[in-house]
Design a protein around this ligand. Sequence first.
Ligand SMILES: [Cu+2]
Length: 516
Amino acid sequence: MNKKVGLFGALIVFVIALGGYFSLTAKRAVKPAASDAVVELGQGESYDLVAGFVEKEILGGKYRMLAYNGSIPGPLIRVKQGTEVILNFRNNADLASTVHSHGVRLDNAFDGVPGLTQQPVAPGGSFAYRVKFPDPGMYWYHPHLREDYAQELGLYGNYLVVPADPDYWAVVNREIALFLDDLLLTDGKLELSRTKVDHALMGRFGNVMLINGKADYLLAARQGEVVRLYLTNAANARPFNFAITDHLFKLVGGDGGGYERDEWRDSVLLGPSERVIVEVFFDRPGAFTLENITPGKTIRLGMVNVAATPVPPAREEDFTSLKARPAVSRSMDPLRPYLAKPPDKRLRLSIELKGGMAAMSGMAQGGHVMPDGAGMGHSMGPSPDGIEWEDPDPEMNRSSSPESVLWKIIDEESGKENMAIDWRLKRGEPVVIRIFNDPASAHPMQHPFHFHGQRFLVAARDGVRESNLVWKDTVLVPAGRTVDIVLDTTNPGRWMAHCHISEHLEASMMFGFRVE
Ligand SMILES: [Cu+2]
């Protein structure tokens, strides 16, 4: 195992060692979970990634969870753009698994999709992934089998791809990766089945908010510090509208690297699996809240404590100027002629409820979103922005399963649904795809829509052209909305496209496409 462990990593080794001591004294089978491990990998280096059980403390309770290399989130793997590394995955969990490198345009054979690119890795088994990183930005790895169970229990980690161009990002004092997540505890218990999928209707919304696996996340900062935050939404279903009280964000990047131009934002929206990169200037000392601002309520995610000890050198000037990235714009030029073109493909997102679920839903009707946002008498249905920010009906949701709920991606041209869809696309011929999230379905809600192995541009939302582009691999499509994307078909192979709400994926919301 060739790896360089940074200073941070050395600290973590110490923490893990301490953890080992405690687990011995407690005579427990699993070690307490660590976090914040950072691993730097160079060209051709290999690294062992082991999925296994850990004991995780959350709000005073102890839970048996899953982790890569003992830490939740898993180690942050830091590589330079253009690097190729080998990940030797070993599965010490209790169910078959794979490693999917989300958003990474790697070779098809290493995409980690069971049944499509590889056989599932059985407990005790292993698989070597060759992962190349052609694009800068923040990516992540997670299982592509029972994400609703395995990813929920802690199997997720980041790849930070450092741009080849040293001027790609502004100079900052620090870079910090934050995984936003939530966990559902019922009377203090973690109820997840290895064999049965539940919450198929809305997806599993948690009631404990986690940042980097911690329910009481505390970020220590110093006055005058400019920090670049790399945010990843690892929740099964929950969207986050992330903000820091009394602070403005400079939005600098998304899924696949930087925006064409920086923009000021009060908050940033991330659907499950999306990434957002922001810079923040801590200009005054104090305690500030990391929060999720939703139309109904503001949810506390953690805190940042800014100490009055100023940090040299001050980066205020770098922070106040908005940067343009002409190289990013140029990388998009080949796709620009397609941004205004009518769609080549049209997808409709819908649902079919079966048996008792259909009857329950029938009784709950009246909750459909009206055009003016009125008519929300019952708890069913999303808010006027087309987004369910919370589970609107936990009891019904918990009892729903892939047997009673069929989430659908419908190809309007062929009428085919989900895995019956098998697009054949030509490499180098971009495809304009219109995704329409049907508000008249039996349960309209948002879907974070993800394409494997390629990148795309969001051309328009509800017919309104996007003015500042960023490479994407996932786009959140609210209920009743239409999103047009241009898929950059650069990477040959057999790939998946699917909703990234874990339970919707389990309830069939996926299809395959080939790039030839
Ligand atoms: Cu979905």
